[in-house]
Design a protein around this ligand. Structure first.
Ligand code: SAH
Ligand code: SF4
Ligand code: F3S
Length: 453
């Protein structure tokens, strides 16, 4: 009889994809996924440690499971597992095992021990022999796939736990990446997102010696792959040949996520970000000089230790200068074991105030930028449905959300999820565009847009 497992995932896309790999391992062992922890014999949390709040959420989940523990095995996986190690057992004694992401190739052996009744099992080696091949991966989406190309991080940002939680940087052989990309295309996937904490630091470890740009080009040329994205790029490793590859290869999306963290060189220095404001802006200029309009998005931390009002103003002016399509912003959160945790801190209220000011400034920029798209036509990959509004949820190559209706019933009753549709943009807000399906305005406009039956 199959056993039920429940998994909840916190954190970034790398964790989402790791959970797909874990699901594959468990299914191959005869487990079946269940949507609630109540019915599960095995309860797993794939955790994030990036900010204190993310970690606290996991401990809250564990606490609430305490009284319902009977008959369940509980495992804590991912970054908070790696970061806290055996301390997890102190805080939550009802946890049976912990395993960091760098040890997932040891997961089957670990599960053997757990299934044999052993408790307080740990998999916390930072295993640099990771093979990357995860043939059992069970993806949650049938047309858009994540593919890991580089693991860990060798940068040394003063605020960040990732180098501790995911270990040193190691790239995957180009041949293995290409084999996975071709297999995904053969199975009907049309969009691939290449993943890594510093994805553009990729260096092919095999004799082929591909650059990141060469890899992008090759993945974009796989027959059947229509969209290639990559995240997250580090500004210091963002070379011109990446922009040239995007210009050359239509399948590479017009979107680059390029975290800046701060617009002040003094803060960037203290953060150990390895670039200045000026160098970052030169990189942006290169990206903006592309023939195709490449949209940028970013991450910003406010209230990093020592950030003055003048530093913060520099971040605001950088937002005005770059005009990002979207922004993820965070209040600095001190992390155990990182140098910045020992620096003198900015008061919490001040961090909150800066966050609000920053988000308001960006909201105005996005509202203005999105309005400029109205009247144009966009290709949208349909990702879902908002039944209440009778709208499809799509995404443009520039990574903008484009919700659209089909007032003329051009698609009939077809389920458009996974289809590429031509959409006329009729309206906009700060976070999305709205439009109408335009495919049948002329028969020609419909050519090349696949409609799923
Ligand atoms: N590797 C990527 C992003 C890593 S984590 C990069 O180098 O940009 C995602 C984002 O979380 C970071 O870009 C940063 O903005 C934020 N972050 C990381 N550590 C943080 C901390 N201690 N407090 C607040 N935000 C943090
Ligand atoms: Fe963290 Fe910096 Fe590495 Fe990004 S580049 S994962 S912020 S240490
Ligand atoms: Fe969080 Fe780990 Fe990702 S700390 S952001 S899940 S790499």
């Amino acid at each position: 009889m199959s056993k039920a497992f429940y998994i909840e995932t916190f954190g970034c896309q790398m964790n989402v994809h790791d959970s797909e790999k874990i699901r594959g391992v468990l299914t191959a062992r005869g487990y079946e996924q269940t949507p609630s922890p109540d019915a599960a014999e095995l309860v797993l949390y794939n955790t994030c440690s990036i900010r204190d709040k993310a970690e606290q959420k996991v401990f809250a989940r564990l606490e609430s499971l305490k009284r319902r523990k009977a008959g369940k095995t509980i495992g804590v996986l991912g970054c908070a597992a790696q970061h806290n190690g055996e301390d997890i057992f102190k805080q939550a004694p009802h946890v049976d095992f912990v395993c960091g992401s760098a040890s997932y190739n040891a997961l089957p052996a670990l599960l053997d021990r757990v299934e044999a009744g052993e408790t307080r099992v740990t998999g916390l080696d930072i295993d640099t022999d990771e093979t990357f091949d995860a043939p059992q991966t069970e993806r949650g989406n049938p047309y858009s796939a994540y593919v890991t190309i580089i693991e860990g991080c060798d940068k040394d940002c003063a605020y960040c736990v990732v180098p501790f939680t995911r270990g040193p940087e190691r790239s995957r052989a180009s041949r293995s990446i290409m084999a996975e990309a071709r297999e995904l295309a053969a199975r009907g996937y049309t969009e691939i997102t290449l993943l890594g904490q510093t994805v553009n630091s990729y260096r092919d470890p095999s004799a082929a010696g591909w650059s990141f740009a060469a890899l992008l080009d090759a993945v974009g040329n796989v027959a059947g792959i229509r969209r290639v994205r990559f995240t997250t790029s580090h500004p210091s490793d963002f070379t011109r040949d990446i922009v040239e590859a995007i210009d050359r290869n239509e399948a590479l999306c017009n979107w680059v996520h390029l975290p800046v963290q701060s617009g002040s060189t003094a803060v960037l220095n203290r953060m150990r970000r390895t670039y200045t404001r000026e160098r970052y802006l030169r990189c942006v200029e290169t990206i903006k000089s592309a023939r195709r309009g490449i949209e940028l998005s970013t991450d910003v931390i406010v209230g990093f230790p020592g950030e003055t009002e003048a530093d913060f103003e520099q971040t605001l002016s950088l937002l005005d200068e770059v005009e990002y399509g979207s922004l993820f912003s965070f209040k600095y959160s001190p992390r155990k074991g990182t140098p910045a945790a020992a620096f003198e801190q900015v008061p919490e209220e001040e961090k909150s105030r800066r966050l609000t000011v920053l988000q308001e400034r960006q909201r105005r920029i996005q509202t203005r930028r999105n309005a400029q798209a109205v009247g144009g036509a966009e290709e949208a990959l349909v990702e879902g449905r908002r039944e209440k509004f009778r709208q499809w949820i799509g995404r443009t190559t520039q990574n903008r959300v484009l919700n659209f209706s089909d007032p003329r019933g051009l698609a009939g009753n077809r389920d458009l999820r996974g289809a590429y549709c031509k959409v006329r943009v009729t309206g906009s807000g700060p976070n999305s565009l709205v439009g109408v399906l335009a495919a049948a305005e002329s028969a020609a406009a419909f050519n090349g847009f696949r409609i799923l039956q």
